[in-house]
Design a protein around this ligand. Structure first.
Ligand SMILES: [Zn+2]
Length: 454
């Protein structure tokens, strides 16, 4: 280009660098063929079959019968395990029970064996296989009395829907390869105090497992609100800011001190899930709710949050509380109870597709960069970020993303090449920044929020 030759040396150099960076920047907005295939394979019909089978056990109460082959939680978990083993045959999927005895507590009247069904698909890349993403639904159920272990508790929506979505994801995704490891869990004793998820999360922390993200799917089965409105075009994704603890950890103190309350690891994960979920599931909105859960409610993401992991909750947009935690009955012509009649399987499949797209994109991408810092040692109006190089062999480079301080999602980005320091001509005082790692195929990691470097 003749114009380049007449430009000043410095300008030409800058132009050359930026032109080079632009030409080598992987396309991070393109669809990955593997994710499109996974999303297309998620089947509403199979999800319906799973939900109906789970409901057929009559109750899946955590303290219900474990000896029958047709009713109670024991039969339910043996069926879930056998089904995952069957569909995972010939793949890398391995299925295990994760069991512990819960002592007597507020919602456990006698020592009870709590059993999670855990299906693991090991990562295929040496540098990524120790990075784990967990997706769960709870297969236990309850009726009006949380201690009633024998009365009917179909739990079609709460939470056969989430369990079925997780089973369907495991069966479809087991036929594909990912860099990082995926863990598909059907957990027990959610209704008795989040005991199954709590045990797995605590053990993960004791083993120092790198759980880079966790989603629970709980009540994802109905698109109909209590007033009859249908909304099958969105799902809520609950994402915690900073934990409500008496004492602040140093990491939380630093977030608050720099205005980063909306840049916690769970919020970064939620941004990634929204972007990827909406890219691959057309016409469907991931509505990020900036709180950890609904009022008076909790879920299996909470024990993961307590162990310091990034964790999110998927739930339908408008719940109908007459179909949750209710004894089966009809009063004044109104049907109460969590029955299959009220589950929308096409809707549940859409939520499963959002989960699958997000999980696949996370497990194909490099890890979020470590050691990200923003230089604050000089009073200047641009922003210099530094970070550690990622370990994965297929990393193409890094992308700096930014947004105004009142914005929820990223508004701008710049691919800066395979470097560990870069400057953006925007003030760190006026924008929030993050750094993402990008591989050669355009798979992009969640963003890491920078700590101040003095
Ligand atoms: Zn539930």
């Amino acid at each position: 280009m003749p114009r380049l030759r007449i430009a000043a040396g410095l300008i030409a150099g800058l132009f050359a660098i930026s032109a080079h960076a632009a030409s080598s920047a992987p396309d991070v907005s393109r669809h990955q063929a593997q994710i499109d295939k996974i999303v297309a394979e998620i089947s509403p019909k199979r999800i319906e079959n799973y939900v109906r089978k789970l409901v057929s056990f009559e109750t899946r109460h955590t303290m219900s019968d474990t000896t029958s082959d047709t009713t109670g939680i024991g039969a339910a978990r043996r069926w879930i395990r056998a089904e995952l083993e069957r569909c995972g045959a010939g793949t890398g999927l391995s299925v295990d029970f994760d069991s512990h005895i819960a002592p007597v507590s507020a919602r456990i009247s006698r020592p009870t064996e709590i059993v999670n069904v855990v299906a693991t698909l090991p990562g295929a890349q040496e540098a990524s296989k120790d990075r784990v993403y967990v997706v769960s639904g709870h297969y236990d159920s309850r009726n009006t009395d949380v201690m009633d272990a024998t009365g009917k508790a179909p739990g079609a929506n709460d939470d056969a829907s989430g369990t079925a979505a997780v089973m369907e994801m495991a069966c479809v995704m087991a036929r594909y390869k990912f860099d990082a490891t995926l863990v598909f869990m059907a957990v027990a004793a959610e209704e008795q105090g989040l005991l199954g998820a709590g045990h797995w999360a605590k053990t993960a922390r004791e083993k120092n497992l790198n759980v880079a993200g966790m989603f629970t799917n709980d009540i994802i089965g109905s698109s109909r609100a209590d007033d009859g409105r249908i909304d099958n075009k969105q799902v809520r994704l609950f994402a915690q800011s900073i934990p409500a603890t008496k004492e602040m950890s140093e990491a939380v103190r630093q977030l608050v001190a720099t205005g980063g309350e909306n840049d916690s690891p769970s919020r970064q994960l939620a941004r990634h899930v929204k972007e990827q979920g909406e890219r691959y599931v057309k016409g469907f909105k991931v509505n990020v709710i900036q709180r950890h859960d609904r009022y008076l409610r909790g879920g299996d993401h909470m024990p993961f949050l307590e162990q310091g992991y990034a964790a999110l909750r998927f739930t339908e947009p408008n719940e109908d509380f007459s179909h949750q935690h209710q004894n089966l009955r009809t009063e004044n012509g109104k049907v109460y109870g969590d029955l299959t009649d009220f589950v929308d399987y096409d809707y549940t499949a859409k939520v499963a597709r959002v989960n699958a797209a997000a999980l696949a994109s996370l497990a194909l991408a490099p890890a979020a960069p470590q050691g990200v810092k923003v230089r604050t040692d000089k009073l200047v109006n641009d922003s210099t970020l530094v970070w550690q190089a990622n370990p994965e062999p297929d990393v193409a480079g890094y992308r700096i993303v930014w947004r105004e301080t009142t914005a929820a999602g990223w508004q701008g980005s710049k691919f800066v090449g395979n470097v560990t320091e870069a400057t953006v001509n925007l003030s760190k005082d006026n924008y929030f920044f993050g750094v993402q790692a990008v591989d050669k195929d355009g798979n992009v990691s969640p963003a890491t929020y920078p700590a101040p470097l003095r």
